[in-house]
Design a protein around this ligand. Structure first.
Ligand code: ZN
Length: 740
């Protein structure tokens, strides 16, 4: 059968790496030793068209926006997303930013953060809230601060406290989590400092050419009458918030669209903010004229939403070796199995696909931004609870109830998706399991209990993570549920990846509860994805029955969505009836001592400059002349980028243009620029090179340029990080080789 013919080649999908971990353990250490192995602003804004509504409101909101670099280490750490420990970072394409939006109604305040990272983890949220408390007392709290990750798969991991995520990230890695915590807090600091009276408008529209359902078989198992209410199998709606000051000058944009940031695939090794990050980048570059990327006062956040089954790879899946259609249920191919069934984006390569999907979102948001007329008025609310998701009861009908389960992952989880397949012979749509893997699992980790097995039916359990506690629990039990509202807009902060239909159901349920209050009569409800804590996927009950990847990854069992809907309805009801104060806080989540968390990423070894060179020397020089559209490339003797420590607000790369009149070099690009690529090439121990590419845009001015590379090295004799600079020869950029 096809499923037995799949190969094992490295690279995997979200979390399927865990399977690799298992096999390695079996081979090298033996069945019993696995656990011991693990134990060990500035105001200067482009003028806007004044918004076409009436005069400013009597009690305007106070609005603050802020953006801060949250890029962590760009070398050696596993990237967070495809769950492949072999896919470690080796450089930087675009920087990662946290974007903060604060809205105050005069007495209450809410904060929305969207950060260019894989997801918010419970550990990350708790550490951010600790820092906010130390700085601001009770101003920014668990109930009024929402943190959402864009779900880029090209940031690094290392910011989790539960064992499963620590395994795929190679541990809890201080420099990684610290960069994100500091970046998020700084973005709030900036927004806090520039709070000013302003106005907020919302608008929505359709973007039809930028996402595709990657599990149509699951989607089609939803009731027909429900499906008939929707034209598409993914949400095409894009909702935007437009923030202006009282003069109508734009200060920010916040937007939600449901698409996976997996345009950059699992062969990429450069840190990147992927398609949602590109949308922010493009929007901000247009608004912050004359500023380098990541600088300037206008902040444009593109947040994740119910992207669970929504792929940006809109050419769809195909068997790459034969060109045939993949199997509909299993997404596998007659030859090559599921590894051969890959979906591709609209572009020629992953970079172009990232740009196209990002540009589509940015352009649509711009159109909606410029035509936004519906103004938000009225109070803001924040409602939050902690819920023990392993112990929720939901009524199914008048006589029966359903129960959530201790977390567990199914066999299909290890299969991955058509955006990046997992390892071994796991396939999607598996409701039978596989005795071979079950045997290995039982020997190493123990079998799931009968109770958990029954609870998760029809999911064949691969990892009963809720029953695994060594060295620390493998998955969370206590989960955040949260809604914030601004006027008639409700932001439903969900703790994972809701599928299209799950998102529709929860939006509708929340809207119904809110609408009992007149001010919410026309409530707009958006789902913000990957918020506050990561709990994988949330499918509908019907989708769960098919057990494709998303169903196999719905960790609290078939009634997970119903339990969430019940809880979020409770929050919405409390907001509508102004009884938020009566909501029980729920059980507090654990905050594990740092000495209990493990870290398998060693400090980099001392750097060695290859024979007769020094750090920053050019090994491969630029050409003397390039035409626009070409790639200028230069290679330097380098240190490990991790020696540079906290790299936020710095750059590894500049592209500089020479000005004859002032006899000086002007920086035209940094490593945050889309046009630059910083590749770190790891050689023999301690020896490394930095290859810097400038993809010269067609719009580049002709003239004389140079490329500089900045880094640090450490030597055996001296453990201090010493800075170095490498500078290329000057070169010319011309529009045509004939007339330069
Ligand atoms: Zn995902």
């Amino acid at each position: 059968m096809a499923r037995k013919t799949a190969y094992c080649k490295l690279n995997g999908l979200e979390m399927s790496l865990i399977v690799l971990f298992l096999l390695m353990t079996v081979v090298s250490v033996g069945l019993i030793t696995v656990l011991s192995l693990k134990l060990d602003s500035e105001k200067q804004v482009t003028p806007e068209e004044p918004s076409p509504s009436v005069s400013p409101p009597e009690n305007p909101y106070l609005i603050g926006v802020g953006r801060a670099d949250c890029t962590g280490p760009v070398a050696d750490l596993p990237m967070m997303g495809y769950a492949n420990t072999e896919q470690t970072a080796r450089g930087l394409h675009t920087r990662l930013f946290s974007r903060a939006f604060i809205v105050d109604d005069g007495s209450k305040r809410v904060v929305f953060i969207t950060a260019d990272i894989g997801m918010i983890s419970q550990r990350l949220r708790l550490e951010v809230l600790q820092e906010l408390k130390a700085k601001y007392g009770d101003l920014y709290r668990q109930d009024n601060v929402v943190m959402s990750g864009t779900h880029t798969h090209a940031g690094v991991g290392g910011y989790f406290q539960y064992t499963l995520f620590m395994i795929t990230s190679k541990g809890y890695i201080k420099p990684s989590i610290q960069a994100i915590v500091s970046g998020i807090v700084k973005s709030i600091d900036i927004a806090h400092r520039n709070l000013r009276p302003g106005r907020i408008f919302i608008n929505k529209g359709q973007l039809v050419d930028s996402n595709l359902n990657r599990s149509p078989h699951s989607y089609m198992n939803n009731p027909e009458e429900e499906r008939n209410r929707y034209e598409f199998t993914t949400d095409k709606q894009i909702v935007i918030m437009k923030f202006t000051d009282l003069d109508g000058d734009g200060i920010g944009l916040l937007s939600w669209f449901a698409v996976h940031p997996v345009s950059m695939n699992n062969t990429n090794r450069m840190v990147s903010s992927d398609n949602l990050g590109y949308a922010s980048y493009a929007f901000e570059q247009e608004k912050n004229i004359g500023f380098l990327p990541g600088e300037g006062p206008f902040v444009a956040g593109f947040s994740s939403s119910n992207l669970g089954d929504s792929s940006p790879n809109i050419r769809g899946p195909v068997c790459v070796n034969t060109g045939e259609k993949c199997d509909y249920l299993n997404s596998s191919c007659p030859i090559g199995g599921k590894k051969a069934c890959i979906a591709f984006g609209p572009g020629e390569d992953m970079f172009e696909s990232t740009r196209i999907i990002g540009e589509n979102m940015s352009k649509k948001a711009k159109e909606l931004y410029s035509s936004a007329k519906q103004e938000l008025h009225g109070p803001v609310y924040g409602a939050h609870q902690w819920v023990n998701m392993t112990d929720e009861t939901v009524p199914l009908n008048s006589t029966h109830t359903g129960q959530t389960c201790k977390p567990a992952l199914g066999h299909s989880f290890a299969a991955g998706t058509t955006d990046g397949g997992g390892e071994f012979n796991f396939i999607q749509g598996d409701t039978d399991g596989d005795p071979f893997w079950d045997g290995i699992r039982d020997a190493i980790l123990g079998p799931p209990s009968n109770e958990t097995t029954a609870c998760h039916q029809p999911k064949p359990i691969l990892f009963s993570t809720g029953e695994m506690d060594l060295p620390l629990p493998w998955h969370p039990a206590i989960v955040d549920v949260q809604i914030i509202t601004i006027g008639s807009l409700a932001i439903v902060a969900v703790p994972g990846e809701f599928t299209t239909m799950s998102g529709r159901r929860i939006r509708e349920a929340v809207k119904k509860e809110l609408e009992v209050k007149e001010s919410f009569a026309n409530a707009e409800v958006v789902v913000a994805g990957l918020c506050n804590i990561y709990t994988h996927y949330i499918t509908t009950y019907e989708e769960y029955q098919i057990q494709r990847y998303e169903g196999g990854s719905t960790i609290y069992g078939p009634h997970t969505l119903s339990a969430y809907i019940q809880r979020y309805r409770g929050l919405a009801r409390a907001i509508a009836h102004e009884t938020i104060g009566d909501l029980p806080k729920g059980p507090e989540p654990p905050f594990f001592n740092e000495d209990k968390l493990f870290n398998q990423v060693k400090d980099p070894v001392a750097d060695v400059a290859q024979n007769g060179t020094t750090f920053g020397d050019v090994l491969q020089q630029v050409d003397p002349v390039y035409k626009v559209g070409e790639i200028a490339s230069v290679t330097f003797v380098a240190g490990n980028p991790r020696q540079s420590g906290d790299i936020r607000d710095k750059t590894f790369v500049t592209v500089e243009r020479f000005h004859n009149d002032t006899n000086s070099w002007e920086i035209v690009h940094t490593d945050a620029s889309w046009e630059t690529r910083f590749h770190w090439i790891k050689g023999r121990p301690g020896q490394s090179q930095s290859k810097v590419e400038w993809h010269i845009p067609l719009t580049a001015q002709t003239g004389t340029y140079r490329i500089q590379h900045f880094g640090h090295y450490k030597q055996l004799t001296d453990n201090t990080a010493t800075p170095y600079v490498g500078t290329s020869d000057a070169f010319k950029v011309t529009k045509s080789f004939y007339y330069y």
